[in-house]
Each structure stands twice: as structure tokens, then as C-alpha cells.
Design a binder for this molecule. Structure first.
Ligand code: PMP
Length: 440
């Protein structure tokens, strides 16, 4: 496929970026409100969004890009889905936040609990995934009377001190000192290391927190053994098993991925999709465990905006769209089609790379002759320089990929098959062009 199938946008991202740096740095340290917004791992650098509709995002000059980033997860229905826009418009006319109980929060909670009734009796809403993880960890500490947590190398569970206690070096001095004594890590999918750690530290561990389909390393899928072993070890040692489904939840099926893997968590954390594009988090589980929220009144996250009517309305409209399950089939087919074209294209062009995919997400595997990432060890071997060039080239053709290999490619409902097939062919052509011309 010719590279010009998607007309060039002729954006000089470098010039644009320098100008932006001045104005954004004037108001925000590092010029952004979240590390992901900085585009620091790719040549493209910053992107300033003006608006989004359907599967497209527009820059400030009105140039249109196909958006495969989709807010890094919340926008499974794309931007501005009609039913969500209608629900939000109606709700804003009726009040957005009351800081009391509301009809809307009851409706959304009952939908989420019903979808997860195999392990969930009740939940608490928060305003972000970070806060929901904080809440779940507090519940686990209160329930077990233990303090420490175990997480998996390369995972991300929000920006609270407890979950960043074993940090990457850039943030080391900003985390509450001493917390690292209460945090352990082993590699994702490493069952032997997991067993060994538990045999030594079971008496300290309140919770194991895991993102079952790890989306903060691009895409790392759990082996059959891994989640089942987690469940067994938690049962044997009175450790709370927390599924962090801030990205996973309602993305691969209507509810928790525990339905797919047939492994039940004690608590699950949701976010992103359940807010329909508005800020949200939620944590919940079995009554026996959630009861500690009642016992220790006030010791758990509150929030002026927790369960706000506006967010609830957006979430409800979204779950109503997803409930029949039909969209999951379309999304998996779209993503599967993209992935198989790219895989075949790599092969027929002699490029030693691959793509892994599940449901509505996919991730490039830019390591010679490897088909799937298995843990952070593989993630660290990715050819980030090749990806940086690729990202820049794809932007020039009007396709916005997430600006790091550590986020998956997010497919959304408004995408069309022809569009996705063309993008897949273009990806292969661009990887080929860069590999030949730059030797990266
Ligand atoms: N957990 C996971 C698995 C996440 O991916 C994220 C955010 N990407 C969070 C927690 C934190 O959510 P939020 O950004 O809404 O605070």
C-alpha cells in the first residue's frame, strides 16, 4: 500500500511543539497535567486537541486525525456518542452535583453490581481510578489487619504514594519515605517468584493487586496458571485479591474480566469506561469485605464529586449501550482484523515484529521474533526508537496512536472496517520505510 493513501497533514510538529512548549510551560510544570500528555517518548511530542467526534480527534487548526488513543481508555464508544451527549445535556439542566444521595448513583451502582454479582455485593464511587485503588487498599488493610501489598513489575495502579512506593527513579524522592517497606513486586506471569514471595511475606501482605490483562505495559496477557495461582495463594494466606480493572472493566465484556478468566477477585476497581468520558472510579466486592467501610466510618475516600449526578448519567448511558454485548463483538472483530493484517504484512515484508491483541486493544511487539509480551522484562526490550519514528510518521498521515509502547492501541465503536484495514496496511508500509531508511 502506498503511503499517500492517507493524505499528509503537513504538520511541522517540531515547530508547533516549540511554540506550545512556551505557552504550556508557562502554566504547567513540564507543560502538562499528566505524564501521558507530554508525548515525551516519541518524536511527535505534544498534540493539542481542540475537539473530538466519533473516531476522530481534531487539532487546533481543525486538522482531523483518526484517534486510536481514545483518552487512554474511557471512550470505548468514541467521542461524543449521541446517547451519552443527550444524557449529559439532560442531566446538566437538572443539576450536576448535589453532595447527597442521588437517584442516578443508585441506578449506575445497581447496573455495575448486577453485572458483577458473582463476586460483588456493593461498591463505593470515587472521582478517579487512583482514589478507587486507594480505597480498595484501605479496605484490604482493615479486613486483614495487615499492611503490605504485592504488585507486579511494570504495573500502574494510579499515582498514590502506596502504589508508587517502589518507584521508577524519576519520582523516588517525592514518595512518602518508608512506604517501600510495605510494597513488594515480582514479575507478571512469574508463578514461581510469586510463590516464593508469598511463602516469605504472607504474614505481612494485606492485598495482591493485579491488572489481569496488563494494559500499562502495552499488552501483557495473563497465562492460565497465573491468575488461578493468585486466587489460591490469596485463599490460603488470608490476602485480599484486588483486580485493578480501571482499564479492563467493561472493555472486554460487560463487567469484570473475571468472567472471562473464571477467577473471582475479592475486590475489583473500576474507572474510565463506567464514567462515559467523565472522571470516575469505583471499588467494590463481597459484603463480608466491604463491611469494613461501615465499621470504620470516615476512614475511606469521600469526595464532593463522588457519585455526582452528571457523571452517573454519562456512565449509565454508556453501560446501556454496552449491555447487549453486541459492541464487544464488533470491537473484537475490528481489532482482530487490524492485528492480522499487520502481522501478515510484517511477515511478507520480512519485518521481524508482531502485534498482540485481545478484545478492543492491540499492541505492537517490536522485539525480533517475539509474538507476545510476557512481562516487564520483554517490555524493556521494545524498540522504542523505531516506535518513536513510527508515531511521528503516522501522525503525518493523520493517525494518532498512543504516544508510548506502554499503552495499547484503543479501538472504538465508531471505527469502520475499511478504515481499519487501510490503517493496518499503512502501519506495515511505514514500519518498512523506517526500517529500511533509518536502520532502527
Ligand atoms: N489503575 C490502572 C490499571 C490504570 O490504568 C489507571 C490509569 N491509567 C489507574 C489505575 C488510575 O486511574 P486514574 O488515572 O483515573 O486516576
Amino acid at each position: 500500500m502506498e503511503l499517500n493513501s492517507f493524505p499528509l497533514k503537513n504538520v511541522d510538529f517540531d515547530v508547533d511543539n516549540n511554540q506550545k512548549k512556551d505557552s504550556y510551560n508557562r502554566y504547567f510544570p513540564l507543560g502538562a497535567n499528566s505524564p501521558g500528555h507530554m508525548f515525551s517518548e516519541v518524536k511527535t511530542s505534544r498534540f493539542t486537541a481542540w475537539k473530538g467526534t466519533g473516531s476522530s480527534i481534531f487539532d487546533k487548526e481543525g486538522k482531523e486525525y483518526v484517534d486510536l488513543m481514545m483518552g487512554l481508555g474511557p471512550c470505548l464508544l468514541g467521542h461524543t456518542p449521541e446517547t451519552v451527549v443527550h444524557a449529559v445535556k439532560t442531566q446538566i439542566e437538572n443539576g450536576s452535583v448535589f453532595s447527597t444521595n442521588s437517584i442516578q448513583e443508585l441506578e449506575l451502582a445497581s447496573k455495575i453490581v448486577d453485572a458483577n454479582s458473582h463476586f460483588m455485593d456493593s461498591l463505593r464511587f470515587t472521582c478517579s481510578g487512583t482514589e478507587a485503588v486507594m480505597g480498595a487498599l484501605r479496605v484490604a488493610r482493615a479486613f486483614t489487619g495487615k499492611n503490605a501489598i504485592l504488585k507486579f513489575r511494570g504495573s500502574y495502579h494510579g499515582h498514590s504514594d502506596a502504589t508508587l512506593a517502589i518507584p521508577s527513579h524519576e519520582i523516588k524522592n517525592t514518595i512518602h519515605s518508608g512506604l517501600e517497606a510495605f510494597c513488594y513486586e515480582v514479575d507478571f506471569n512469574d508463578v514461581e517468584a510469586l510463590k516464593e514471595l508469598i511463602s516469605e511475606k504472607a504474614n505481612e501482605l494485606s492485598a495482591i493487586i493485579v491488572e489481569p490483562i496488563a494494559c500499562n505495559m502495552g499488552l501483557v496477557q495473563p497465562t492460565n496458571d497465573f491468575l488461578r495461582t493468585l486466587r489460591e495463594l490469596c485463599d490460603q494466606n488470608r490476602i485480599v485479591l484486588i483486580f485493578d480493572e480501571v482499564v479492563n472493566g467493561f472493555r472486554f465484556c460487560y463487567g469484570s474480566v473475571s468472567k472471562i478468566f473464571e477467577v473471582k477477585p475479592d475486590l475489583a476497581v473500576f474507572g474510565k469506561i463506567i464514567g462515559g468520558g467523565l472522571a470516575i472510579g469505583a471499588y467494590g466486592g463481597r459484603a463480608e469485605i466491604m463491611k469494613v467501610v461501615e465499621q470504620y466510618k470516615g476512614a475511606f475516600p469521600g469526595g464532593t464529586f463522588a457519585g455526582s449526578a452528571l457523571t452517573m448519567a454519562a456512565g449509565l448511558a454508556t453501560l446501556n449501550e454496552l449491555e447487549s454485548g453486541k459492541l464487544y463483538e464488533k470491537l473484537a472483530a475490528l481489532c482482530g482484523r487490524f492485528s492480522s493484517i499487520v502481522r501478515e504484512g510484517f511477515k511478507s515484508n520480512g519485518l521481524p515484529y508482531s502485534v498482540d491483541n485481545i478484545g478492543s486493544i492491540a499492541s505492537f511487539v517490536l522485539i525480533p521474533s517475539l509474538e507476545k509480551l510476557n512481562s516487564k522484562v520483554d517490555v524493556d526490550r521494545q524498540n522504542t526508537q523505531l516506535f518513536s519514528e513510527f508515531h511521528y510518521e503516522m501522525m503525518q498521515h493523520g493517525i494518532l496512536f498512543p504516544p508510548t509502547l506502554e499503552e495499547p492501541i484503543y479501538f472504538s465503536a465508531p471505527l469502520e472496517f475499511k478504515q481499519i484495514e487501510d490503517i493496518a496496511h499503512l502501519c506495515v508500509a511505514v514500519f518498512k520505510k523506517i526500517s529500511v531508511s533509518k536502520d532502527v
